[in-house]
Design a protein around this ligand. Structure first.
Ligand SMILES: O=P(O)(O)O[C@H]1O[C@H](CO)[C@@H](O)[C@H]1O
Length: 313
C-alpha cells in the first residue's frame, strides 16, 4: 500500500510562510537546468526551501536549487506566481509521486496555468543551440514501456483512469509565447516549435539512440518535464513548455569504419579522424546562463499576457 501524500501538512506549512496576497498563485513556473535566475524578476518574493515542506525531496542536480519561490511577476500590480527553483528527476532516484508532488501542490494552491522550462539537446539540424523551442507534443518512450508516471492506483478518485494526452500542450498558452517574442522584438529564429522526446537519463544519448528519436519525429530530447506535464494535465491545468537547446545530439548519417581506417593506415594512407563532440552538463549550464535572460523575459511577458485570455482564467 502506497504511503498517503502529505498534502494537508504541506499546505499548512505554506500558509504559515506566505502573506495573504501570495497565498493563491494562479500561474506556476518550473525552472529547468540553469534557469532558476527567473526569481530575480519577482517582487515581494518569499522563498520556501523544499526541506521545510513535507512531501518535498531535495534536488541533487547542479543548476537546480531546492526551493519554491512565491512573488509578484510582471508590470503594474504584478501577477501572483509560484516557481519551482529546481525540479526532481526520476534518474536521481526519486519516485514518480515525488517527482510530480510539487505540481500537485501547485494545483491545490489554485494554479490554473503552468509554464515549464527545461534544457534539452537538439536532434534537428534546423534547431541550433540557443534556440527556445515551444513544445507542441512529446514522444515519451518510458510512458509506452512501463515507466508511465501514472502507473498504480489513482492519486484521487476525481482523476480519470485513462488520461488523454492528445491535447496536452495548450494552444492558447503556446500562442502567447510567440506574441511575447514579438513584444520583446526577438528575432524569428529565437523561438521554434517542436516535439520533446523524454528519456530517463542520466546517460546522454548514444548516436544510434539520437537517430532513433529523430526518426521517431522528435526535435529535442531531455530527461525531465513529461512526468510534470502528465500530472498537470491530470490535475486539469493548462500547460506550456519552453525548452532551451543547450547542445546538439550527435546523429551520424553513417558510422566511420574503423576497419577501413586500419586498412588505409596499413596501406600507408592514414585518414584524418573527425573529432566527435561529447556533451557535458557543464555545457548545458553554460548555455543556460547565456540564455537565462531571454527565457526570463519571455516567461515574464507570457505571465503578463495570460490574464488577457478568457479561456485561461
Ligand atoms: O530538464 P532539465 O531539468 O532542465 O535538465 C536537463 O539537463 C540535464 C542534463 O544535462 C538533465 O536533467 C536534462 O533533463
Amino acid at each position: 500500500m502506497a504511503t498517503p501524500l502529505p498534502f494537508v501538512q504541506t499546505l499548512e506549512a505554506l500558509t504559515s510562510f506566505l502573506p495573504e496576497k501570495l497565498k493563491k498563485p494562479r500561474i506556476g513556473i518550473v525552472c529547468g537546468s540553469g534557469l532558476s535566475g527567473l526569481v530575480e524578476s519577482f517582487r515581494e518574493v518569499v522563498i520556501v526551501p523544499y526541506d521545510k515542506l513535507p512531501g518535498f525531496a531535495k534536488s541533487t542536480v547542479p543548476g537546480h536549487k531546492s526551493a519554491l519561490a512565491f512573488g509578484l511577476l510582471g508590470a503594474g500590480e504584478g501577477v501572483p506566481v509560484v516557481a519551482m527553483l529546481g525540479r526532481f528527476h526520476p534518474y536521481e532516484g526519486h519516485t514518480f509521486p515525488t517527482v510530480v508532488y510539487p505540481i500537485r501542490v501547485m494545483a491545490k494552491l489554485g494554479v490554473k496555468n503552468l509554464i515549464i522550462t527545461n534544457a534539452s539537446g537538439s536532434l534537428n539540424p534546423a534547431i541550433p543551440v540557443g534556440t527556445i523551442v515551444v513544445i507542441q507534443d512529446h514522444l515519451a518512450l518510458p510512458n509506452l514501456t512501463g515507466m508511465n508516471p501514472l502507473l498504480g492506483p489513482p492519486t484521487s478518485p476525481n482523476h480519470p483512469r485513462f488520461l488523454p494526452l492528445s491535447d496536452a500542450y495548450s494552444p492558447s498558452l503556446r500562442r502567447l509565447a510567440f506574441l511575447a517574442a514579438h513584444r520583446l522584438s526577438l528575432s524569428r529564429n529565437a523561438l521554434a516549435e517542436g516535439i520533446y522526446a523524454w528519456v530517463s537519463g542520466p546517460t546522454y544519448e548514444t548516436p544510434a539512440e539520437g537517430r532513433l528519436l529523430r526518426k521517431g519525429g522528435a526535435d529535442v530530447v531531455g530527461m525531465s518535464t513529461v512526468p510534470e506535464v502528465v500530472a498537470a494535465r491530470e490535475e486539469g491545468l493548462n500547460v506550456m513548455v519552453m525548452s532551451l537547446v543547450t547542445n546538439f545530439v550527435v546523429i551520424p548519417d553513417t558510422y566511420r569504419s574503423i576497419r577501413e581506417e586500419v586498412e588505409a593506415e596499413l596501406a600507408g594512407k592514414p585518414v584524418e579522424l573527425p573529432v566527435a563532440h561529447v556533451v557535458s552538463h557543464d555545457e548545458v549550464l553554460e548555455v543556460g546562463r547565456e540564455k537565462a535572460g531571454v527565457m526570463k523575459k519571455l516567461v515574464e511577458s507570457i505571465v503578463e499576457l495570460i490574464p488577457t485570455v478568457p479561456e485561461l482564467h
